[in-house]
Design a protein around this ligand. Structure first.
Ligand code: SF4
Ligand code: MG
Length: 324
């Protein structure tokens, strides 16, 4: 399929009193039309910052790279051009729907508002469209819900409403950052079903950010694995699960989730993610890697591609930077 988004050597760095945090460091990947791409990794790996850079919702703009959307570099657009794309071509849903909904406005007003903002319809048509959307996201008695307030809805219903708002302008790309993490398991499965259903109906591309490999297995067409600000592996989902290459990905797939741990610290790979400040020229995973070699502590492995298009950044698969 045709590509819709291309991150090209994106670098989003932050200056802190302790030093430079390279939250996203030289990240490149593509999202194709109609594809669900999962970005997977632990907390702080740069997956949310990558999405926020695309939406241009970060105060410090990226220090390098490009983000092409439909052939145009989003990072070069004026604020006005960008605001037309945001919520219209590209929409985002967040982890905690309560904080993204306005508690003093009805559900209906919150769906109608972006429709009126981005589309040439009158209030009556916008209301009709809002009610259609509430139906589309699987909530019964849409008219009644239209006049309800957020606190009158359950967490799962609120997340459905967030999806309705995101879909209100027929976005080509839906970005979902841990959309089910705050929900219980049953509701989580329902929301994932809904997102799959919507993708099937509307052919929207989805960029789904998650730390949960169960979610990846259910949702992804294509997977990008991030670690300490870098893409360390990417492949179509079946290929990645069948033939993981990077020792970190292999660890994630082998590790059992630890119940009752704080979210995003679910995997029992020994060791800690490195301090994000002033990461050196090395494989950022070397402290935790059983296969660590001399070169791993001295040079950052490039992201190489095998003949099947499976990409990995690891010296086990490289000969002095040339893909085998
Ligand atoms: Fe392990 Fe070296 Fe590969 Fe990093 S580059 S994952 S340290 S083998
Ligand atoms: Mg995050």
């Amino acid at each position: 399929a045709k590509e819709l988004v291309e991150f090209r050597n994106l670098k989003t760095h932050f200056q802190t009193s302790a030093g430079t945090v390279k939250a996203v460091d030289d990240v490149s990947f593509k999202i194709r039309e109609g594809e669900t791409l999962c970005v997977v990794g632990e907390s702080g790996c740069g997956k949310s910052v990558t999405a926020m850079s695309l939406m241009r919702l970060i105060d410090t703009p990226p220090v390098g790279g490009e983000i092409f959307y439909d052939g145009k570099d989003l990072l070069k657009m004026s604020k006005r051009e960008m605001s037309l794309i945001r919520g219209n071509d590209i929409a985002m849903i967040f982890q905690e729907p309560m904080t993204s909904l306005n508690p003093v406005l009805t559900i209906g007003e919150q769906i109608v508002e972006p429709i009126l903002l981005h589309q040439l319809v009158n209030r009556k048509e916008a209301k009709k469209r809002a009610i259609d959307l509430i139906n589309l996201v699987g909530i019964p008695r849409a008219e009644k819900i239209f006049d309800s307030y957020p606190h009158e809805l359950s967490g799962g219903m609120r997340q459905r409403i967030m999806i309705a708002i995101a879909l209100s302008c027929n976005p080509k790309l839906l970005i979902a950052d841990e959309p089910t993490t705050a929900l219980d398991v049953t509701i989580q499965a329902q929301i994932l079903d809904l997102m799959r259903d919507i993708k099937g109906k509307l052919n929207t591309s989805i960029m789904l950010i998650t730390h949960d490999l169960g979610v990846v297995a259910e949702m992804a067409d294509y997977v990008v694995v991030m670690y300490a600000g870098k893409v360390i592996e990417e492949a179509p989902v079946i290929e990645l699960f069948k033939h993981p290459k990077h020792p970190y990905t292999k660890g994630l797939l082998k590790a059992k989730p630890i119940i009752n741990q704080t979210q995003e610290r679910l995997y029992s790979i020994p060791g800690q993610v490195p301090n994000p400040v002033d990461l050196g020229d090395n494989c950022h995973f070397h402290d935790r890697c059983e296969s660590c070699m001399q070169i791993c502590t001295e040079k950052t492995p490039p992201l190489g591609t095998d003949p099947n298009g499976h990409k990995v950044a690891c010296w086990l698969y490289e000969e002095e930077g040339k893909a085998q």
